[in-house]
Design a protein around this ligand. Sequence first.
Ligand SMILES: *[C@@H]1O[C@H](CO)[C@@H](O)[C@H](O)[C@H]1NC(C)=O
Ligand SMILES: *[C@@H]1O[C@H](CO)[C@@H](O)[C@H](O)[C@H]1NC(C)=O
Ligand SMILES: *[C@@H]1O[C@H](CO)[C@@H](O)[C@H](O)[C@H]1NC(C)=O
Length: 787
Amino acid sequence: MALSLLYLLIISLSFSNLPSSSSSSSSSDNNNNNVNNAARTFIVQVQPSSKPSIFPTHQDWYSSSLSSLSSDKATAPTVLHTYSTVFHGFSAKLSPSQAQTLQSLDHVTAIIPEQVRQLHTTRSPEFLGLRSTDAAGTLLRESDFGSDLVIGVIDTGIWPERKSFHDRDLGPTPSKWKGQCVAGKDFPVTICNRKLIGARFFSAGFESTNGKMNETTEYRSPRDSDGHGTHTASIAAGRYVFPASTLGYAKGVAAGMAPKARLAAYKVCWSAGCYDSDILAAFDAAVADGCDVVSLSVGGVVVPYYLDAIAIGAYGASDAGVFVSASAGNGGPGGLTVTNVAPWVTTVGAGTIDRDFPADVKLGDGRTIPGMSIYSGPGLAPGRMYPLVYAGGVGGDSYSSSLCLEGSLSQVKGKIVVCDRGINSRAAKGDVVKKAGGVGMILANGVFDGEGLVADCHVLPATAVAASTGDEIRRYIATSKSKSPPTATIVFKGTRIRVRPAPVVASFSARGPNPESPEILKPDVIAPGLNILAAWPDKVGPSGVASDKRNTEFNILSGTSMACPHVSGLAALLKAAHPDWSPAAIRSALMTTAYTVDNRGETMLDGSSGNTSSVMDFGAGHVHPQKAMDPGLVYDIRSYDYVDFLCNSNYTTKNIQVVTRKFANCNGAKRAGHSGNLNYPSLSVVFQQYGKHKMSTHFIRTVTNVGTPNSVYQVTIKPAAGMTVTVEPEKLAFRRVGQKLSFLVRVQALAAKLSPGSTSVKSGSIVWSDGKHTVTSPLVVTMQQPL
Ligand SMILES: *[C@@H]1O[C@H](CO)[C@@H](O)[C@H](O)[C@H]1NC(C)=O
Ligand SMILES: *[C@@H]1O[C@H](CO)[C@@H](O)[C@H](O)[C@H]1NC(C)=O
Ligand SMILES: *[C@@H]1O[C@H](CO)[C@@H](O)[C@H](O)[C@H]1NC(C)=O
């Protein structure tokens, strides 16, 4: 129930954003009317072939359509961006009546209201098994470290002077490159090089809603004033930098996934977020410029694909052969939190690596509580115990957005303060405690945050503790007698490696089921996203707090934002090693070779609970680059397969056209089956359970041999509990490389014992093997008992 209700809620929310087209929705409430009449940005799709010949360019035509909306030329809306590669049309700020007028024109095929997106805020290459010293036949060698592949990073821009972006020893810019280095504030054209081969910025959408940007705090150029884009770009394709560390932590060699790949920065995120009209312009440019991979660590609310500028831009990219990876979001550990879920996007969740930064709390009663922190600087006096106070005052309310200490600022001088983690900046809370005279901070998770710990570059001695141990500390403070008031200290232990278990699914990593298409399992994979070391700009302290004046060349951040560019870099390596692979083939290789066991040999744990994680948390599993280079078989998908998928998802012809720019005849597709028949490397079915009868479905899949000629694959079925699964045929004999063979999977389930409104998720797998390759697909069966 939860699933379908939320699904409906999201859809109806998104529809309520559309310009009202029926009189019944007009409100008698004046205030409401005023809000509804406010102009906002829309992305307008047009039929490009309808352009009257009197207009020399599409831009002239669009401007003319807009000036006709207003009797006064001076107040007529203006074109913010024109789109011509992944989408045909333009964006503009329109009143609801202007939007309606445009929508009524024959050549206007869709009007999409803009959404604002948010950022989903190095030992990781070694953890993934990528070493520069490896012999021939390994992924880095075979791909020549990703040389001549271009990764477009749509983000907050870039700090080009970082060593991670030097171009020493790189060959000339690939000849196919058509992009530009766009100059701007503190960003001359000459700053691009053979590593950073392109840089652009898109701010018209942001500024049409927020007014002109504040140029003392933001650069009107591709330069990064936040740090996020510099960090993600260097994860994807930073070159080798030694020595690298943040404040002495995580010392070693820093390297991106594809150290020789070229980078193009597309800055779309500004102080107020990332605006759809700017994001779509970045997709349009990235594909026209010649990017091979687009990396997007940004997301928002899930809406149907025809209202989702990221899904639309990503479709156009995928249609042009460009691989798109996107972060799953940080809304975990709850279900249905995954974002960027379109089946033509590779959706990446976050896991831990085998490195952490222990910083334990010692309590006055002798107990030691494990914590996690990256703090360096004047410390607490060794051996001394400090008075301990709890400032939360909200009983561990994990949704609290208070900055800690409100109203009790005078009582913390010389003390260590326990704050609830809450939903806002963790480092900012330390800043508040420091300014109030506190000597240290313990940031305790609430129930919602669970047991997962994130290390931060705090501005004072501070550490993070789990919900359960946070409660122990809160209880210790509450029950300490006046004779022995509570005391504590924090012991920083530096960097620890070869941590077990790893990987663990990060507690914040967003989870399935997929709220828009439950028959497509999302996230697709997980990759390193906790405590990741990567490049960082000047002028932004590592804590991100305004008062933090420390400068570091590298910083350690966590988020699915950090996981996504790992996969973007790997996709570049795979495409370099296999130039003929489609984006879907690359994703298939990453998914069917992913692993689900940790370095203890047991199923990966979920960081939020410490319990075993599931397919809803990790999708196909954790990426294994070396195996992905040689997957044996791939599940390929072409653009027309996605059209069939949209038909079978009951999208209208008109809505399909918004995404695909093509007229779709759905009659054939509907005869061919259901949306679960998209040739995806995972299989997922949702059964609505009525009564006690058996439920059954079938999937058709086609695999392409990308291994060796004359190979024979045999299937192994691991059914989920309580169901029967058969595969026909059970043997696939390939004569040639490139040959495709199909098989049929039948799934039969008996009704489960479910109370009305509840859901059960069971998973198994289908594995094809020729003795050398193992090609694994998760098979997920969700049963819902309607209310
Ligand atoms: C721009 O930001 C600076 C620094 O925060 C602030 O002092 C100034 O008032 C801002 N200017 C405008 C026009 O908002
Ligand atoms: C973790 O497992 C324990 C024992 O099976 C169970 O009681 C608990 O509810 C689980 N926690 C979560 C968050 O699923
Ligand atoms: C599409 O509509 C058909 C007919 O109403 C229904 O059986 C099917 O389940 C729908 N599919 C999806 C994915 O909603």
